[in-house]
Write a protein that binds this ligand. Sequence first.
Ligand SMILES: [Zn+2]
Length: 229
Amino acid sequence: MKKVIKSVSLCILIGVFCFSFCFCFKTDKVASPPKKITVVIDAGHGGIDGGVSGVLTKVSESEINLSISKKLAKVFEDSGFTVVQTRRSSGGLYGFLGAGFKMRDMQAREKIIKDSNPTLVISIHQNNFSDHSRRGAQVFYHMGREQSKEFAICMQQVLNKMEENAKKSSALSGDYYVLKVSPCPAIIIECGFLSNEQDEKLLLSEEYQQKLSNQIFYGCLQYLTSTKY
Ligand SMILES: [Zn+2]
C-alpha cells in the first residue's frame, strides 16, 4: 500500500513537472495538486538588516530576496503546493530594535519553520565577494545533513544549467542557523553576487527573477521525484 501511495505521489509530481514546463509556468491550477507538500520560503534579512548591497545601484539584498521569494511562492502555489513564507514584507522578524535583534529574527524564522512542519525549506539570499568578477548562483546546506546535501547538489546542478549562470559551482556546506534548525531538507540559495555588476543587473530584472524562480521550482521537483520525502 505504501508503495502504491509513493507511486501515486511520484506520478503527481512528475505531472506537475511536465505541466509546468510544457506550458512555460503559466499560472493555471493543477488538477490534482500534491497538497501534503509544504514548502517554507525564507526571504533572508529584512528591516534594519538589509544584508549586502549592490555595487551598481546600492539595492539591498533584503529587497531582492523578498521579490524572488514572492515569485517563487507564487510558482509553488499555482502548482498546488502549500507555501509558508517567513517574511512577506520589507520588515524584519526581530519584533523590536535593540540588542539581540539578529537572534530574535533567527528564532522567529525557526518558529515559523517548525510550526509549518515543512517538506522542504528554501532560504533566499544574495552573495557578495571582494573579487568583483565572481558570479553565479551558489547553494549551501548544513554540514552533516545528508538529505539537505542531496537537495543542495540537485539544486546546484539545475541552477548551473541556466545560461545566465556564468560560473558553474558545486554545492557547499556551512554552519547556518536556519538550516540547522530545519527538521527537513533545507538549503540556502545565494542567487548571485551583488558585488558583480552583471549579476546585479540580472538580479534586479523582474524577468530574470521569474526565470530563476521557475528554475528553483524545477530543482525542487527534481529532488522530490528522486528521493523519499
Ligand atoms: Zn544574505
